[in-house]
Design a protein around this ligand. Structure first.
Ligand code: FAD
Length: 307
């Protein structure tokens, strides 16, 4: 049944069972906070003492919980829990052609190091995306894999945007107060398209990243030479939000994939990701070197795939 509870200080908590009811609540209370796992909002309210008047728990809205395997990719509802996404990705990689699931394998690896089991069982992909943490482990990957976000407003109108264009600034995303994230579309990979995830943190298990990344390259073979047809390089932990290394991407496209490219790309990348001496988070030299070493590792890994 739909629930509506009133709490201390006039707090209102709703649990709609339909998308329409959730959207109606958003129309009535534009500042309503959607919650799924409450792993971000709970901390904001208890530890940061932020006050929200209306909470809408969307865990039971069917449209937000879809996990549809389609011909061109995977449709993932915004309220899907990380553990459920992980199970479907694991199934998909056994069922589809191996070249189609490079992004899936990168997501699986990154999810393994995302929090612990309890958080992964409760936390949603939409909650992670909309929080737009600068060290989100998944957002650089959504950008790199070319994911599309479907957004719906309280009148039921929907639009899509590339993950790459969604993160605007520190915890700021391209969502109006009348809009919610409906789903994420993860496209399958093309032949000779390779995706890899990276995360460096202090501890291996259950720790937040110092720097993380999602890297993708699409290569084409012309007379036994591999040429870069497309690329995407996104980092977390180096800016107020997940950041695409656009100059490096532009540099790579059309280039021959060889040792020279590696050396030149590292130089471009060094000037593409700028961390000021006093950047929040500190460890500036370390973080700069991580951005380069992730690319270096990616280069070696991709080259090995081509052998
Ligand atoms: P909630 O707290 O329920 O919601 C978060 C925000 O998203 C809210 O502002 C909410 O309004 C908004 N929102 C949710 N759904 C929608 C929607 N459909 N449309 C619009 N807005 C929406 N993060 C990492 O990246 N890597 C980690 O390793 C990691 N480890 C963690 C460890 C711990 C112990 C904790 C507490 C958190 C950790 N996090 C980590 C952060 C957090 O768990 C994730 O960001 C999580 O995915 C948030 O999901 P949620 O469903 O709990 O979000």
């Amino acid at each position: 049944t739909p629930l509506s509870l009133t709490g201390f200080g006039g707090l209102m908590w709703y649990r709609p069972l339909t998308l329409q009811h959730a959207l109606d609540l958003k129309a009535k209370y534009p500042d309503a906070k959607l919650i799924v796992g409450n792993s971000e909002v709970g901390i904001e309210m208890r530890l940061k003492r932020l006050q929200y008047r209306v909470l809408v728990s969307v865990t039971h809205v069917p449209e937000l919980n879809v996990l549809n395997v389609k011909d061109d990719g995977l449709e993932i509802g915004a309220a899907v829990r990380l553990s459920d996404l992980l199970s479907v990705l694991r199934k998909v990689v056994t069922e589809r052609d191996v070249h189609e699931t490079s992004s899936c394998r990168a997501l699986i690896e990154q999810l393994k190091w995302f929090a612990g089991t309890q958080i992964r069982n409760a936390a949603s992909i939409g909650g992670n995306i909309c929080t737009a943490s600068p060290i989100s482990d998944l957002n650089p990957l959504w950008m790199a894999v070319g994911a599309n976000f479907r957004i719906i407003d309280s009148k039921g109108n929907s639009r899509t945007t590339l993950a790459e264009n969604f993160f605007l600034g520190y915890r700021k995303v391209d969502l109006a107060s009348s809009e919610i994230l409906l789903s994420v579309f993860l496209p399958w990979n093309k032949r000779f398209e390779y995706v890899k995830e990276f995360k460096q943190s202090h501890r291996r298990d259950d720790d937040i990243a110092i720097v993380n990344a999602g890297l993708r390259i699409h290569l084409q073979e012309t007379s036994e030479i591999w040429v870069v047809a497309d690329a995407s390089i996104a980092y977390g932990g180096v800016a107020p939000c997940s950041l695409s290394a656009k100059k490096t991407k532009d540099f790579l496209i059309g280039k021959v994939w060889d040792q020279n490219l590696l050396q030149d790309a590292l130089k471009v990348l060094q000037n593409d990701i700028i961390l000021k001496e006093d950047a929040p988070g500190g460890m500036v030299e370390f973080r700069k070197s991580l951005t380069l070493s992730f690319f270096f590792k990616f280069f070696l890994w991709v080259s090995h795939q081509l052998d």
